[in-house]
Write a protein of this length. Structure first.
Length: 128
């Protein structure tokens, strides 16, 4: 599968690409994932950073079952309860993706089904 990143200009500072072009491959549609509890079931309520890392760990586990990795994500939609968290989310996404960012949108919502949730991420991955 060939993947080409449209880099844009200012988008790099916000850790996303304005577009990704793929040729070939299989598509994995990633349902919304959250991280309000760690792998041991401990609540991460109120800790945006911990929830974001856990959300990516949960997505990674799902992708592994599908034969993919986080690096295969070509687009994601990030839902946040507080727009002030977008900078922290950008920092974490930069750690995870380096300079090859997926296309992305960040949307502020008034709340989730579980009031402890601060972030939810859904996306699309393309694999060989």
């Amino acid at each position: 599968m060939k993947k080409t990143f449209v880099r844009g200009t200012w988008q790099q500072s916000r850790a996303f690409s304005p577009a990704i072009v793929t040729e070939g491959g299989r598509i994995v549609w990633i349902a919304g994932h959250t991280g309000q509890k760690d792998q041991d079931g401990k609540s991460l309520a109120g800790d945006f950073g911990a929830q974001t890392y856990q959300t990516f760990r949960n997505i990674e586990a799902t992708l592994q079952e599908a034969g993919a990795t986080l690096k295969d994500i070509v687009t994601m939609t990030v839902f946040l309860t507080d727009p002030r968290h977008t900078t922290r989310m950008t920092e974490i996404r930069t750690e995870i993706f380096g300079s090859d960012f997926p296309a992305s949108a960040a949307i502020t919502v008034t709340g989730f089904a579980d009031p402890a949730m601060l972030i939810e991420i859904q996306g699309i991955a393309v694999i060989e």
